[in-house]
Design a protein around this ligand. Sequence first.
Ligand code: PLP
Length: 412
Amino acid sequence: MKKFDPMESMAAARHEFGEHGGVNMCIEASSTFTVMEADAMPPLFEGTTGPREGCYLYGRHFNPTVWGLGRQLAAMEGTEAGYATASGMGAITATLFQLCGGGDHAVVSRTIYGGTFAFLTNFIPVRTNISVSFVDIGDLDQVEAAFTERTKMLYVETMSNPILMIPNLPRLAEIAHRHGAKLVVDNTFCPMIVSPAVHGADIVIHSLTKFIGGGSDIIGGAICGPFGFIHDLMDVNTGVLMLLGPTMDPHVAFHLSLRLPHLAVRMKEHCRRAQIFADRLAELGVPVIYPGLPDHPQHELLPTIANEGYGMGGMFGIDLGETDRAYRFMENLQNEQRFGYIAVSLGYFDTLMSCSATSTSSELSEEDLKKAGITPGLVRFSIGITGSLEQRWEQFVSALKSVGILEGARSV
Ligand code: PLP
């Protein structure tokens, strides 16, 4: 069977014409839509007509431009449908509330983005009657044992933030489905690289703020899955997106649609550079976490779920031993070398770096940080694609020297 290729799938989905024959889709900025016959309105409320029939009702419901972006993202992920949200957190929270009601339960990977972790530990147990069990996603027996009769969702990230652990998606899908639950995968770190739906995921989520946006200028999110699920999210009486309202603005959707055609090229370059940096750092004896290195625990697993030709991810982490040294290293890289920026987020065309334990994972307690394998000196890099690779490597080496790493690299 021919392997799924998101580039081919997206090319087919994006070949459309704007209203006046333009080579891009139009921005439909209307917040409300008319019908030519009044009796066309009730089926829109009932959900028996909608965007698939070319019928629109109201901007918080479906918008043609946002629907267009959703179709392109669905093509990328190999799902039936998709829709965009105002943020990645909007996509995550809407999906959880659509799948889980009062008394229901979710099994969730312990190594996830700190905002999602905070939502599931500080918000959900206090404000709702939904319960959550955190598991080590690499331990399939532990995952299986966490399921209850009320489990509706198994939630993982394709490449966990920040320690870059890869889940065994086919096995997790099999476990979730055997228990009548949905496998939900946050694929923010791996657009194009992995297509979770091809390996059994029911719903694929993105923060479009990251690699897909690529410019650190837009906040957005997406939910890709079966048409029925996307349709249910928009139900005027019960749909979580429709009722909570974290919808994407069509102007934003239009701008994001222009970033998709070159996403594959960008991802390949992010991955190529991350691999070369990781190889060279490992060679120098610097402790580095990268799935493309043979000592990464899922080095063999990733190629079994990765699409061909994209690489092993655009992120890596290095452990500088202690927080203070990590800070001095990042300051040198930003302020002396002009290598990149000390900033949270990822997927920007320039390099972004942060000390995970005191930034994007600071929501975790000391014990949870330890359980998740996030050490105090771990610096996460989202490696950029600007400048030449050799210029960037020279800057990196100078910064390592500035904190005394290279002389004693093997004892860091
Ligand atoms: N998922 C992951 C893996 C993330 O890293 C983030 C943000 O950093 C989010 C979701 C949330 O996305 P947003 O900031 O667009 O709400």
